[in-house]
Design a protein around this ligand. Structure first.
Ligand SMILES: [Zn+2]
Length: 82
């Protein structure tokens, strides 16, 4: 087995199955930052204007890795939820 063949085999083994969708392949590996605020009633209010990236038209999955930060505004340390 030559080097090129071995590399291709390793790449295929490392590639997630979902990444085989050609329509969203260019979006794979990207990170989308989503921030929202936790309101006192327990609901989340989005802060970031973009929101979640839209799902792929072909496979229906959100290709990006989502980094979701939830900010909780408290008035005292006792308000912190564990
Ligand atoms: Zn897709």
């Amino acid at each position: 087995m030559n080097l090129r063949k071995r590399l291709r085999k390793i790449e295929e083994a490392l590639r997630p199955v979902a990444a085989s969708c050609p329509a969203c392949l260019h979006r794979r590996g990207l990170v989308a930052l989503v921030t929202s605020e936790l309101l006192p009633d327990g609901t989340e209010s989005p802060i970031s204007e973009d929101g979640l990236p839209p799902p792929c038209d072909v496979c229906g999955q959100v290709a990006e890795e989502i980094l979701h930060i939830v900010e909780e505004v408290v008035t005292s340390r006792e308000d912190l939820t564990p």
